[in-house]
Design a protein around this ligand. Structure first.
Ligand code: HEC
Length: 217
């Protein structure tokens, strides 16, 4: 009898350990700090919208704590943050004439929330930034899709700049505005307008592509 009891305690301990370990892995599977927050800041946490001073509808998307207000941990599709990105018409965020967020990003947000909506410190990938063979389709366009395209599609291109087609991107690559704006060089509008630069690897990737002649590869 006593031995059964000990075995049970042991088993419970093992299960508990396994469960904690899985939880930690789930929380780490999407990195809020590097994969979600910068995209929210660029597209939603801007002046006049959801930065700290405007806080439209009471929502602020410039940090983890305030983002949680629109999140039901474990329930991605029930969360306001996801619902508004999937709305039709005027209620959709970012609001028309801005273009919708990419399905890839929406799926990533759903996954992050489903897995517990954690904010694991230091989860940003330290993988080396390889810019030796940058491709427009594989590397550059996905960055623009997440950080820029909501304001820069052919239908309503802010500043006349179109970033969801190769030709549009090629135009600003050639006239210097693409690098000027993302590196916040004097004389250019700093992009994205949130004022928070793209991370170092994304900047290097776009620069490598422009410097190699902005090919349609
Ligand atoms: C929230 C909307 C928004 C987002 C997101 C955004 N832009 Fe812009 N962009 C604008 C607006 C508005 C202008 C016009 C300039 C102005 O009036 O401030 C502009 C202008 C530009 C210009 C012209 C700059 C110049 O000096 O003439 C470029 C190039 C540009 N954006 C690139 C980008 C890139 C690249 C990204 C993503 C990294 C981006 N934008 C993200 C709204 C946005």
């Amino acid at each position: 009898m006593k031995r059964h009891y000990l075995a049970l305690i042991f088993l419970t301990a093992v299960l508990q350990w396994e469960c904690t370990r899985r939880n930690e892995e789930d929380l780490k599977s999407v990195c809020f700090e590097s994969e979600i927050l910068p995209v929210l800041q660029a597209n939603c946490g801007t002046a006049g919208c959801h930065d700290a001073s405007t806080a439209a509808d009471g929502y602020i998307f410039t940090n983890y704590q305030s983002t949680l207000r629109a999140v039901k941990p474990g329930k991605g599709r029930d969360s306001k943050l996801v619902k508004v990105m999937l709305e039709d018409g005027e209620d959709r965020m970012p609001p028309p004439p801005a273009a919708p967020m990419s399905q890839d990003f929406i799926d990533l947000v759903i996954k992050w929330i489903d897995k517990g909506a954690g904010n694991v410190a230091g989860c940003a990938s330290n993988a080396a930034c390889d810019t030796s063979a940058v491709s427009f389709a594989r590397d550059v366009q996905p960055i623009l899709n997440n950080y820029c395209v909501s304001c820069h599609t052919a239908g309503s291109p802010s500043g006349g700049v179109v970033l969801n087609t190769y030709n549009g991107v090629k135009t600003v690559a050639n006239n210097g505005k693409l690098l000027g704006s993302i590196f916040h060089q004097p004389g250019f509008y700093p992009m994205p307008p949130s004022g928070i630069k793209l991370d170092e690897c994304k900047l290097k990737t776009i620069r490598a592509w422009v410097n190699s002649g902005a090919p349609n590869n």
